[in-house]
Design a protein around this ligand. Structure first.
Ligand code: E4P
Length: 286
């Protein structure tokens, strides 16, 4: 069970890497096109730099952006020339009849392949039979046309496991947080998740409730914390008059105090705010 980041956005990718859970990253030409216009190779190199900075040499899927099989092989070779030092590089090739030959060719050249845009059981088994390291099933798009995406993942998972097929199943095209649960429950090895779902995945109202209750209970139970520079109320009352006289001593004695129109405001260690009118020498507190 692995979670990939389905994004080409550097900020989102770094946010996730900083938290240690990503086991891979998937990009595609549409995700790239959502980023500020820049040199494609430069952008991918920035993603690789981020992975290296967090010492996560995780699989990074970079998709060919041509429909011509010959050009796909050429692009894949260029990717290897540009990014090949990054051991996690995987070239994404969409499923198709001629694309199977591309997959075969890339595997022959020792290039790792993520066969993408698979919507059916048959596409998945053909992709893996051609040698794809990853087979990407598009959950949301399968559902778009009324097919039971979960059943597709289940059937591919069952056959891959029963026949010890080495290809790993990536489920992508996630549209709703429940798709992530359904995909894993159906047997996905990997779910590639758009970052907008990450916070939701770790949030639960009962978690907030429990944490708040624990902290409040502990705060009520534990003795009042003496703040640095804060003085006890008794000390404050005893010394307020004298220290006001020689205001030089105030900072050392009271740490945080303020003076507004002749009213000295002090904060004792129990959080009570004390005030003293210099003119009337009256002292009080809330
Ligand atoms: C992942 O590898 C896919 O490219 C991605 O999940 C596709 O998502 P979409 O169907 O929302 O475009």
């Amino acid at each position: 069970m692995k979670i990939f980041v389905d994004s080409a956005n550097l900020v989102e990718i770094e946010e996730a890497l900083r938290r240690g859970f990503p086991a891979g990253i998937t990009t595609n030409p549409s995700l790239m096109s959502k980023e500020d216009r820049t040199d494609f190779k430069l952008h991918i190199k920035r993603i690789i730099k981020l992975c290296e900075r967090y010492d996560r040499k995780i699989p990074l899927s970079v998709e060919v952006f041509t429909a011509d099989p010959k050009a796909m092989v050429k692009q894949a070779t260029e990717f290897v020339a540009e990014f090949g030092e990054y051991e996690g590089l995987n070239v994404k090739v969409p499923i198709g009849w001629d694309e199977l030959a591309v997959i075969r060719e890339l595997k022959t050249r020792g290039i790792r392949v993520n066969c993408t845009c698979c919507m059916s059981f048959n596409q998945a088994i053909m992709a893996s039979a051609a040698g794809a390291d990853f087979v990407s099933l598009f959950f949301g798009r399968i559902r778009d046309i009324g097919y039971d995406a979960r059943a597709v993942v289940e059937s591919v998972h069952r056959v891959f496991k029963e026949r010890s097929v080495p290809s790993e199943i990536i489920v992508g095209s996630i549209r709703h947080i429940c798709d992530i649960n359904d995909a894993f429950m159906a047997g996905a090895d990997i779910v590639t998740v758009p970052p907008q779902f990450f916070r939701q995945m770790v949030s639960h109202p009962k978690t907030d409730e429990a944490v708040n209750q624990f902290l409040n209970d502990f705060k009520k139970w534990s003795p009042p914390v003496r703040r640095a520079g804060a003085v006890t109320e008794r000390f404050a009352r005893a010394h307020v008059v004298r220290s006001v006289a020689s205001s030089r001593a105030l900072p050392t004695i009271f740490g945080n105090y303020s003076v507004r129109s002749g009213i000295f405001m002090f904060e004792a260690d129990n959080g009570r705010k004390l005030w003293h009118y210099k003119s009337s020498q009256r002292t009080g507190g809330n």
